[in-house]
Design a protein. Structure first.
Length: 256
């Protein structure tokens, strides 16, 4: 796959799956704008990417409406030439339904709102340029299947909304030569789990999910990026509105 001359915007691009996609696109000739909430991670990601190609960083807490607006303005002013978008930002903190508060529920929905509006801004740039483009949303298996070990009602609502947005945008933006797809991963080794598991224990806890997947292991960011970069590439030129299970076989049938 060749991304020469293509600019990618990655919402949630300073760690995990988004970071890997940015690295793979830049390594194949593209450039990347990474948006993340932690300044140190954004700076390190941009520095790493800059050894392979061109990269920019934007630090913002997208759950803050003012910050989300600032990001949209910067993208419209400086990166309206982007033809690739990946929405990879996420919050994941499993809680029983009866323990959810309005505040933690809002953290999911505020992020979805920011994703919606940033996608609108990027799409408008693609429309204005007449070049078209490709978008990939990082959804989740949890939007399709409830798992007793990880009660995730609020998270699943947010990701199910992203799946629905994918199909609606695929229909609405097709006339502008913009393709919109999503992937639906199961357990993937990323820093997101450090939000509720002590960092020193993450590897051990995640290893306990290996047998949950028919393939016999949890996913890697490389596994996910392989699917995402394909969907972004011209090789997937006849694919839009798809929500791909990139999940080690979980949706086909779980081992547990």
């Amino acid at each position: 796959m060749d991304f020469t001359g293509r600019k990618l915007i990655v919402v949630g691009g300073s760690s995990g799956m988004g970071r890997q996609v940015a690295a793979d696109v830049v390594s194949r000739g593209g450039s990347a704008v990474v948006i993340g909430s932690r300044p140190e991670r954004v700076e390190k990601t941009v520095a790493d990417l800059a050894t392979r190609g061109q990269a920019w960083g934007i630090t913002a807490d997208l759950r803050d409406p003012a910050e989300a607006t600032r990001v949209r303005e910067e993208l419209a002013d400086q990166h309206a030439d982007a033809t690739l978008l990946v929405n990879a930002a996420g919050v994941f903190k499993p809680l029983p339904f009866l323990e959810h508060t309005a505040a933690d529920y809002d953290s999911y929905l505020d992020l979805n709102k920011a994703t919606f509006l940033i996608t609108q801004t990027v799409a408008q740039g693609m429309v204005n340029s007449g070049q078209g483009g490709a978008m990939v949303n990082i959804g989740s298996m949890w939007a399709k299947q409830a798992i007793a070990a990880t009660p995730s009602s609020a998270y699943s609502m947010a990701k199910a909304g992203l799946h629905a947005l994918t199909q609606h945008l695929a229909l609405e933006l097709a006339a502008y030569k913009i393709r919109v797809n999503a992937i639906s991963p199961a357990v993937v080794a990323t820093p997101i789990y450090e939000g509720f598991i002590p960092p020193a224990e993450v590897s051990t806890v995640l290893a306990g999910f290996d047998s949950f997947h028919p393939i016999g292991r949890i996913g890697t960011t490389e596994d996910v990026s392989a699917a995402v970069t394909f969907l972004l590439s011209d090789q997937a030129g006849w694919v839009t509105g798809a929500i791909w299970d990139v999940d080690g076989g979980v949706m086909a049938g779980r081992n547990q």
